[in-house]
Design a protein around this ligand. Structure first.
Ligand SMILES: [Zn+2]
Length: 386
């Protein structure tokens, strides 16, 4: 089959540009000669593509580096300040926002908390948060390139929030609303997927190919990373493992099932049981555990045991290299970890445990907001490369 030569050449050039840009992002500072070695592209091609990237302000030249004999080469850097992205973690009672550069480095943050859960989508607060962060973006070639949002619910591949049981939301086309308001590309995903992405790019999951991120907050959600890519399933609904049945005749769940994992192992489950001991928040419980309160320590232990039981199921299915526990309950790592490890040890096959690590989120409660911002960066690069 004959292809139109111009179209073909443009496509090849775009693919090569993307290869060169990736080489700079991952290996900078580096020389043109080194890019040529790394990519297998010839030096003339690399030079011309690098010039395009410099013209578009995505790559900058800095002073000469070390010479391996002969003239010292000019080194290249990725220009992360060529644009900015906004990440938002929309929680059931808070909005956490960040402005980041194109490398994901945090430039500004903004957080709002309400006493009770939001009764409906807090659209005005959300818009105000985004505006506040946009105002903090330094002047740059591309400005704010996009907005990524993590939400606590099921989001379809078109960015429609189908169901958010902890927030009483359904069928909200948030993506369309915000794109219209800001005239910027908006990416919306489930909070656990965003958290998985955040840990994979910037946190405990860096360099780990197969990992399951377990977001333990008011509910439980999971983000599945296989071969360094987020696994989203046929329609974007993968990872609803908070609704794994772990108690055959268990308590009824808002999802329609009964005995779901999150009813026994989430922050909600913890607080329900803590109420009889006179505690109202995770913060109070952490403080009590710190002071050696036996009842509280044993409560964390029992929640950890349930967490471990669910994690064991996940491990038996996916054989991951790491399970990363994130969101609010990662703050209780010290108190949960022994029970989780014991339960996983008891309930999984030794083959599965061989290379398994149980980790806690390095970005703590910021995994989802950083991951959400990454979505915006990623879609910007996908667009300029295509
Ligand atoms: Zn359920």
């Amino acid at each position: 089959m004959r292809m139109k030569p111009t179209g073909d050449l443009t496509l090849i050039k775009k693919m090569n540009t993307s290869i060169v840009l990736d080489a700079v992002i991952k290996n900078a500072p580096l020389s043109r000669a080194r890019i040529s070695e790394l990519t297998g592209l010839n030096k003339a091609t690399v030079s011309s593509l690098v010039q395009d990237l410099i013209d578009n302000q995505l790559v900058v030249e800095i002073g000469p580096g070390e010479s391996s004999g002969g003239r010292k080469p000019l080194m290249l850097l990725f220009h992360e300040a060529a644009g900015y992205a906004i990440g938002i973690d929309l929680g059931v009672n808070y909005i956490r926002g960040m402005l980041v550069d194109l490398r994901g480095g945090v430039i500004a943050e903004h957080r709002q908390q309400v006493k009770r859960k939001f009764k409906e989508l807090p659209l005005e607060l959300l818009i105000a948060s985004i505006e506040m962060l946009m105002d903090k973006a330094p002047r740059s070639r591309y400005g704010v390139v996009g907005i990524g949002i993590g939400v606590p619910g099921i989001v379809d591949d078109g960015g429609v929030i189908l169901f958010a049981p902890n927030m009483k939301l359904s069928q909200v086309d948030l993506k369309a609303k915000l794109e219209k308001r800001f005239s910027l590309p908006v990416t919306i995903d489930n909070e656990a997927n965003a958290g998985a992405q955040g840990e994979q790019k910037y946190g405990a999951g860096r360099g780990i190919a197969n990992q399951i991120y377990v977001s333990v907050g008011i509910g439980i959600g999971t983000g599945i990373i296989l071969n360094k890519e987020l696994y989203k399933g046929a329609s974007g609904f993968s990872g609803e493992l908070g609704h794994l049945s772990i108690q055959y005749d268990g308590k009824p769940c808002a999802c329609g099932n009964q005995g779901c994992w999150e009813l026994y192992a989430s922050e909600n489950a913890l607080l329900e049981q803590a109420a009889s001991l006179g505690f109202e928040s995770l913060e109070e419980l952490l403080q009590a555990a710190e002071c050696g309160d036996e009842q509280v320590i044993s409560l964390f232990d029992s929640i950890g045991d349930y967490l471990g039981a669910g994690i064991a199921n996940i491990v038996n299915v996916f054989n991951p290299e790491a399970v990363i526990i994130g969101n609010r309950m990662s703050r209780a790592a010290e108190w949960l970890k022994p029970a989780i490890e014991e339960a996983v040890g008891k309930r999984t096959l030794s083959f599965h445990r061989d290379r398994l690590r149980i980790l806690f989120a390095e970005l703590q409660e910021e995994s989802a907001v950083r991951g959400a911002a990454y979505y915006a960066i990623d879609s910007f690069f996908t667009k300029i490369k295509s």
